[in-house]
Design a binder for this molecule. Structure first.
Ligand code: PMP
Length: 358
């Protein structure tokens, strides 16, 4: 095994069973509690069984139409994970550096090490991106910067001015990857400008996924948007038939169902606000909600109630949430926004656990 591969800690998915092996309802993987579009489910049955279109042509056209983008500047991937991996591989190698912000998405670390490059972790500012601190770490070895916006697992977001400032501070041969896996959860009028930057500049790649708001995580579909030279590089090394027939068919139907997307976004905004209010009402017990622009909330436990105890209480109530001690967050839980009933059950469990601990 190559030494840089040996240094990788394999991605550890969230648990979906309790201590007794009982299956739990997953509020641990940032999936859509409303499921997926009916149109996508109907499309699944009609998908052919032979090799899929290697270029995901119809899907790229549909994504381009919905977002007002040139399909020739889009590449589809086996989840946006594939796009992140091949972006690192196309632009960095041994001796190079890739920067991401502390408390960043776990795949950035793996993608960086996998291509033999070195991981550079920028300090956060209150769990979010600190543009100046990140830019201070750029050296002549920097090849790629990964920015999750909104960020997973913290939910924080930086606006278009900040993203533009980050881009302006980078040398033009450094690739800025603006990972918008949770971009659809931003409210009206919120736009981080990543797409416009990728349209105007040769060193910006935006990534999106069908796993979150579209509810198609099981199909493994994501896409990237950038300058023709970036898309050409990614097309050279992606899997040749990287999006399945069912994936292409379901995503095609899902992206056209704007009603479903709107409903999911509105549901998330309302339930997230209600959940944050509940956490704030437990502030006297040391609970704090990190401001979130995504479909989950990072809850900090700074009082008598510890994150692990809270997680056990939530599991007793029948739910799995995410504890991320390996990512430097031993005193926090990331809780996906579920249905109103699910969020009531979670807040009830947290309230009782907080009372019991004090
Ligand atoms: N980026 C971020 C920030 C994520 O949280 C995720 C999913 N956890 C992904 C990318 C990858 O999602 P997928 O491969 O399912 O598209």
């Amino acid at each position: 095994m190559k030494p840089w591969i040996e240094a990788i800690h394999a991605y550890v998915p969230g648990k979906s069973a309790g201590a007794d092996g009982k299956p739990l309802i997953k509020l641990s993987a940032n999936e859509n509690p409303l499921g997926t579009s009916e149109a996508a489910l109907a499309a699944r049955a009609k998908a052919p069984a032979g090799y899929p279109d290697p270029d995901s042509k119809a899907l790229r056209a549909a994504v381009g139409e919905v977002h007002g983008l040139d399909p020739a500047r889009i590449v589809c991937g086996t989840g946006s994970d594939e796009i992140l991996h091949i972006a690192a591989q196309a632009y960095a190698g041994p001796g190079d550096e890739i920067i991401h912000v502390r408390y960043g998405f776990a795949v950035y670390d793996i993608a960086t090490r996998r291509c033999g490059a070195s991981v550079v972790v920028a300090p956060d500012r209150d769990y979010g991106t600190d543009v100046d601190a990140l830019l201070a770490l750029v050296t002549e070895k920097t090849r790629v910067v990964f920015l999750a916006n909104p960020n997973n697992p913290t939910g924080r977001w930086i606006d278009a001015d900040e993203v533009a400032r980050l881009h302006a501070g980078l040398p033009s041969d450094v690739l800025l990857v603006v990972d918008q896996a949770y971009g659809e959860y931003l409210l009206d009028g919120q736009d981080d400008g990543g797409i416009a930057l990728a349209t105007d500049h040769g060193n910006v790649l935006v990534t999106r996924t069908f796993s979150k708001i579209y509810g198609l995580a099981g199909e493994r579909i994501g896409w990237g948007y950038g300058a023709p030279a970036i898309i050409d590089a990614l097309n050279r090394i992606r899997g040749p038939f990287n999006v399945s027939n069912t994936g292409q068919a379901m995503a095609l139907a899902a992206v056209a169902d704007r009603d479903f997307v709107r409903r999911a976004r509105d549901h998330n905004a309302a339930e997230r606000a209600r959940f944050v209010e509940c956490i704030e009402s437990l502030g006297n017990h040391g609970l704090r909600a990190v401001e979130s622009h995504a479909n989950f909330v990072l809850v900090l436990f700074q009082g008598a109630l510890k994150a692990e105890t809270a997680m056990a209480a939530i599991a007793d109530a029948g739910y799995a949430v995410r504890h991320l001690p390996g990512q430097g967050l031993p005193d926090a839980l990331r809780i996906t926004i579920g249905t109103a009933e699910q969020m009531d059950a979670i807040t009830h469990a947290l309230r009782e656990a907080a009372k019991a601990a004090s």
